[in-house]
Design a protein around this ligand. Structure first.
Ligand code: R5P
Length: 300
């Protein structure tokens, strides 16, 4: 444990599940935050500890309901900056809106750009996040930004749980992550091809004649949102003769009936990083340690 004097950690709303671990890893005091909702639905936060003269690491989950989480992050930042505090690092394990990284249809916003620009404006000097959908989006943040791909902890989890795995990237975007995981484990990998209808969100996946029969396959991706991508890939792999189908992701958002879809598609287990509040039916691997290591580096 490293003790850094003059620093404090503040954890935002909906962030309790990783906060005490992060505080221990960083060896810094955890400043309490009070929060509530007003009867009209507006959010309230109050820094309930002494932050005067300290540099603060602010950790915040941008989990569901994302818009409330983002707003509560912004007013927490406002309270800190107004108290004369320097926000030396912002740790956002899951960066909401990162999949809207360009205007796919005319007239659409680059939502991640809006978010990162506001965070810079609000006074965050450095940003640490886990597996942002597209790393190039970090150019919209004006300070220094780090994207941590949890290759080691994900590979460790897969090796612990699956014997002789075949790693599968469900689309071209997942190729690099999947190849890094396969290399770390010392096994083989394949890449499927995916097309999504930009209006309906409907996904079509095809394998180009890979032989998966009798193999334990692990679909590796950045995120499960509605579960459509992974469920389609899992059904196709099962039909192609895969023995067991597992899924390993960085973020298990599990919107709507995603868990049901995965079960129906024959997914044996889902492994995810602890970047979002824990859900039953998901096996988590820890990324707080790698985040703390990067934050310590920022703090010097
Ligand atoms: C897409 O490019 C991403 O890597 C994920 O495959 C996708 O966003 C997952 O979304 P869903 O679970 O809704 O299919």
């Amino acid at each position: 444990m490293v003790r850094i004097l003059g620093y404090a950690l503040l954890c935002g709303t909906r962030s309790e599940w990783f906060c005490s671990r992060l505080s221990k890893e960083l060896g810094v005091e955890l400043i309490p935050l009070e929060s509530k909702k007003f009867p009209d639905g507006e959010s309230y936060v109050r820094i309930a500890g002494d932050v005067e003269g300290k540099d603060v690491v602010l950790a915040h989950s941008l989990s569901f309901p994302q818009n409330d989480s983002i707003w509560e992050l912004l007013i927490t930042m406002e309270a800190l900056v107004d108290s004369g505090v320097n926000i030396v690092a912002l740790y956002l394990p899951y960066l909401a809106y990162s999949r809207q990284d360009r205007a796919f249809l005319p007239g659409e916003p680059i939502s991640v750009k809006a978010l990162l620009q506001i965070l810079s404006f609000m006074g965050a000097k450095a940003l640490v996040t886990i597996d942002i959908h597209k790393e190039y989006s970090l150019k919209y943040f004006r300070g220094i930004a780090y994207n941590l791909i949890p290759v080691d902890p994900m590979a460790e989890k897969i090796s612990e749980r699956v014997s002789d795995p075949l790693i599968v990237a469900p689309d071209v975007g997942a190729f690099q992550r999947a190849s890094a995981i396969a290399e770390k484990i010392g096994t083989d990998f394949i890449q499927l091809s995916k097309k999504r209808d930009l209006k309906t969100g409907e996904v079509a996946i095809s394998s180009e004649g890979f032989d998966v029969s009798g193999r334990n396959v692990v679909i590796v991706d950045d995120i499960i949102s509605t579960g459509g991508t992974v469920a389609k890939a899992a059904s196709m792999l099962r039909d192609a003769g895969a023995k067991e189908v597992y899924v390993a992701v960085s973020h298990a958002l599990m919107a709507g009936d995603a868990q049901k879809k995965l079960k129906e598609a024959g997914v044996a287990s889902v492994f995810a990083a602890n970047t979002l509040p824990p859900l039953s039916g998901v096996e988590y691997y820890d990324v707080t340690g790698i985040a703390a290591e990067k934050i310590r580096e920022i703090l010097g």
